[in-house]
Ligand binder design. Structure first.
Ligand code: PEP
Ligand code: MN
Length: 337
């Protein structure tokens, strides 16, 4: 249930409403909006009687929330959540791009790629130091050494760093170095990891599980937000279907569907969806026209020898051209909206 306060209400009246909600044994979560504050009621076992709160001073209306997810839903918050990271804003209609290799392989590798993606207009740098791999025999990342190389990238280029936290054990370490913490597709329903991310002060990119329904994905985001972290960026990265012509199937329709259901920004990663670079390029153009809040694209300076995801990584020059065309497409769509 959502208690919507009158416009321009005093802090005392908001506090009095919170106290009234808590007195009945519920949790009150104030949600600042554009021109009015709403208070979400959480942790109710059964239905709540709206009349308990309707008569309170300063309460405009009480809206039942019909969705299983609450804090992340549009019912709770109408305006888009905007998340500012470095020069980028996710959720304000712009198309910030996160780019970089799949994994940190060496200091010179990440520095070279970061410089070239920055020159092409990328706003954040990505690379994994802890890599979730299908095979236990594959390269699993450089760990803390990799994080140190990423810190060097930030220092030299000014680009904020996006990197994955794979488990609760290494979360603190990743959090120390990262500007944005990525939760990967294989961990979308790792509930202890989600709760830990919810306690972080850093923004989180929550990738969609390989076969997750929209509702399951939003419920995963709810775990993070319920712990107090509302800086969540959802990331569509392709889902498992019956096809064999691409690694996964990019679910473009999930972008408008998420926007209808949730106020959180949603970005698209065409690289892990396609699995091969020639498809990545076309999907990137489609995403630029789609109304997504950003993109994540893998780029490598020597993809033939990449330790992971080489086949889907764009060459730096290729990325440069893709960025130009993506920006042009995005500008046309924006202008005509
Ligand atoms: C990645 O971003 O390199 C990655 C492993 O992504 P996903 O979790 O989407 O497979
Ligand atoms: Mn990858």
């Amino acid at each position: 249930m959502l208690v919507v306060m009158e416009k321009g209400i005093t802090q005392e009246k908001i506090q009095a409403t919170i106290t009234a909600i808590e007195k009945r044994g519920y949790t009150a979560r104030p949600i600042p909006g554009g021109d009015r504050v709403s208070i979400g009621i959480l942790h109710n076992k059964g239905s709540i009687d709206a009349d308990h709160f309707l008569g309170l001073d300063g309460v405009k209306e009480v809206i039942p929330v019909t969705k299983p997810y609450k804090l992340v839903s549009r019912e709770f918050k109408q305006e888009n959540t905007q998340i500012k990271i470095g020069d980028a804003v996710f959720g304000n209609g712009s198309l910030p791009v996160i780019a970089g290799p799949c994994a940190v392989e060496s200091e010179s590798q990440v520095l070279a790629i970061a410089k070239s993606v920055k020159a092409a207009g990328a706003k954040l740098f990505r690379a994994g130091a802890f890599k979730p791999r299908t095979s236990p025999y594959s390269f699993h990342g450089l760990g803390e050494q990799g994080l140190k190389f990423l810190a060097k990238v930030r220092k030299e280029t000014g680009l904020p760093i996006v990197t994955e936290a794979m488990d609760v054990e290494t979360f603190d370490l990743v959090e120390e170095y990262a500007d944005v913490i990525q939760i990967g597709t294989r961990n979308m329903q790792n509930f202890s990891l989600l709760r830990r991310a919810g306690k972080s002060l850093k923004p989180v990119i929550l990738k969609r599980g390989m076969s997750a329904l929209l509702q399951e994905w939003l419920m995963a985001a709810e775990y993070i937000m319920e712990e107090g972290n509302s800086k969540i960026i959802l990331c569509e990265r392709g889902i498992r279907t019956f096809v064999r012509h691409s690694r996964n199937t990019l679910d473009l329709s999930v972008v408008p569907a998420v926007k209808k259901e949730s106020h959180l920004p949603i970005i698209v990663d065409p690289s892990h969806a396609a699995g091969v670079r020639d498809q990545v390029i076309h999907l990137a153009y489609a995403c630029a026209a789609l109304g997504a809040d950003g993109m994540m694209i893998e780029v490598h300076n020597n993809p033939e020898e990449a330790m992971s995801d080489g086949a889907q990584s764009l060459y730096p020059e290729q990325f440069h051209r893709v960025m130009e065309k993506m920006n042009a497409i995005h500008a046309i769509v924006e202008k005509n909206e």
